[in-house]
Write a protein that binds this ligand. Structure first.
Ligand SMILES: [Zn+2]
Length: 480
């Protein structure tokens, strides 16, 4: 039986056959080795999906529409049919079906190259990356899938981390692998090119993150791709005691160890942050004292928040002299990070059930007040309510603020731990005091029309890592 595999050069290799046959096979594209009746295809193919146009496919693979049409003998773009096989020109040396997948968190160009056995240079060319750091978590990745399998290959080996003072040769001997294979598999020009703390790949099975050290057994930044105004949860599992620090969009990631041992950091992504690539960095030391550092770009997607019609409000409530001190005060109240997580599961709707799906305004809407530019945004989720309607705590926590303010009116802020806060604004009555422990669903106040409002409603905020986030996400899924 012939055995077909892709070597790092992307060539089809046949094992256990006479030399002549191997030479013939090397001159033919991969699939012709399997099916003698199918004509050879010059390069990888893309199978047309529903909704594709010749233009969208050309865009996706960075080729001109003309070149794509010519390579496939297409004279009329309307000829395109779902299921058609299109040859993508300019990708010689590759074969298989081009498939798009999402880059997970915890990978790098080197680990993706190792995982799919595709040389880094080819991966860069295939994905039209102008910078290797664009192997971003949440971004899409185009890879060729051998037609036999039909699924994404995951061929990555075990990880090993070079310890301080250890040479590549020592590591190879210790793990029983050929040092030359170790260098080649990791695209290292020489043994000295590997640095302490660097993640290297060894043959074998592994389900862990590709680019993180061997001491970290699982890593995920969930809800990828990250969207402006949403909460990102970064989770790691590590063996032994580790020291873990992190940073994303200029904010410190606050890692805490959950009851099951998982390290978790929750962080809000600012709703006005420009969509694009931002580095998520991690560093620290592993249980054996080996230092490590990791950085991966994370793609932040546009939240497509709508623009509200211009609003006219009491000029005093938009005067920067009044609003700036309150913004600073709000920041100060919600910046401490309490190490105890006091909530569990999803947050509860903070108003009676009959108002549960009634939102006069949602989070993130771009706003203009009294003719200003659209430099403001709606910092919370508004619930319908009449003056006197009950307000309930969304989750268990401790009241850290309960007083009258200019913009938020009568406001209450509850600390839930791990840098997560909820705020309740424009109340007619505050029914709790600073220092009170509240339970999920506990009556804490009544809806009103105090502060910068045009009528009675509850303005409800969720603040994570010092950033106001979309509260709906916290009503729809459980964090962490
Ligand atoms: Zn509001």
């Amino acid at each position: 039986m012939m055995k077909v595999s892709l070597n790092p050069q992307g060539l089809a290799v046949l094992t256990g056959l006479p030399v002549l046959l191997v030479l013939i096979a090397l001159l033919l594209p991969l699939r012709s080795a399997r099916a003698q009746d199918a004509p050879p295809e010059p390069g990888p193919v893309y199978i047309v999906q529903s909704g594709d146009t010749l233009w969208s496919i050309a865009q996706r693979f960075g080729v001109s529409m003309d070149a794509l049409a010519q390579a496939n003998g297409i004279t009329d773009p309307n000829q395109l049919l779902v299921g058609m096989r299109l040859v993508i020109p300019g990708l010689e040396g590759l074969s298989g079906v081009l498939t798009t997948t999402q880059i997970p968190f915890g990978e790098s160009l080197a680990s993706l190259s190792s995982r799919y056995r595709i040389p880094s240079a080819l991966l860069i060319r295939l994905n039209k990356w102008t910078n290797p750091e664009f192997a971003a978590a949440g971004a899409s990745l185009v890879i060729p899938v051998p037609e036999e399998s039909g699924t994404l290959p995951d061929l990555r080996g075990n990880r090993a981390t070079l310890k301080t003072g250890q040479t590549l040769l020592e590591l190879a001997v210790r793990r029983g692998v050929n040092p030359w294979a170790l260098m080649g598999g990791n695209e290292l020009p020489a043994g000295w090119a590997a640095l302490p703390g660097e993640t290297l790949y060894l043959p074998g099975d592994d389900s862990g993150p590709g680019a993180l050290p061997a001491g970290i057994t699982a890593a995920v930044a969930d809800d990828l791709p990250v969207i402006q105004g949403q909460t990102i949860a970064v989770k790691l599992t590590a063996s032994g005691d580790i020291v873990l620090n992190g940073d994303f969009t200029g904010r410190t990631l606050n890692f805490f160890q959950d009851a099951d041992g998982t390290w978790v950091a929750l962080q809000g992504v600012h709703v006005m942050l420009d969509p694009g690539y931002y580095p998520l960095t991690l560093n620290g030391t592993l249980a054996d004292g080996t230092p490590f550092a990791f950085s991966q770009m994370v793609y932040v997607q546009d939240g497509n928040y709508p623009y509200d019609p211009p609003l006219v409000v009491d000029s005093e409530t938009v005067d920067a002299d009044n609003t700036r001190p309150e913004d600073l005060q709000w920041k100060e109240i919600t910046s401490p990070v309490t190490p105890q997580r006091m909530w569990s599961g999803m947050f509860a709707v903070p108003v009676p059930d009959y108002y549960a799906d009634c939102y006069p305004s949602r989070f993130g809407n771009r706003r203009s007040y009294n003719g200003s530019a659209y430099e403001f945004f709606h910092t919370g989720l508004d619930f319908c309510g009449q003056t006197g309607t009950d307000i309930y705590a969304a989750a268990a926590g401790v009241v850290v603020f309960a007083e009258a303010t200019t913009v938020h009116g009568n406001a209450t802020v509850v600390d839930h731990g791990w840098g997560v806060y909820t705020a309740y604004a424009h109340q007619s009555e505050i029914l709790v005091n600073v220092g009170d422990h509240v339970e999920k669903g506990q009556l804490i106040g009544r809806v009103g029309a105090t502060g910068r409002v045009s009528g009675p409603h509850l303005h409800w905020e969720v603040i994570v890592g010092g950033v106001q986030v979309d509260p709906l996400q916290w009503l729809e899924r459980a964090f962490p």
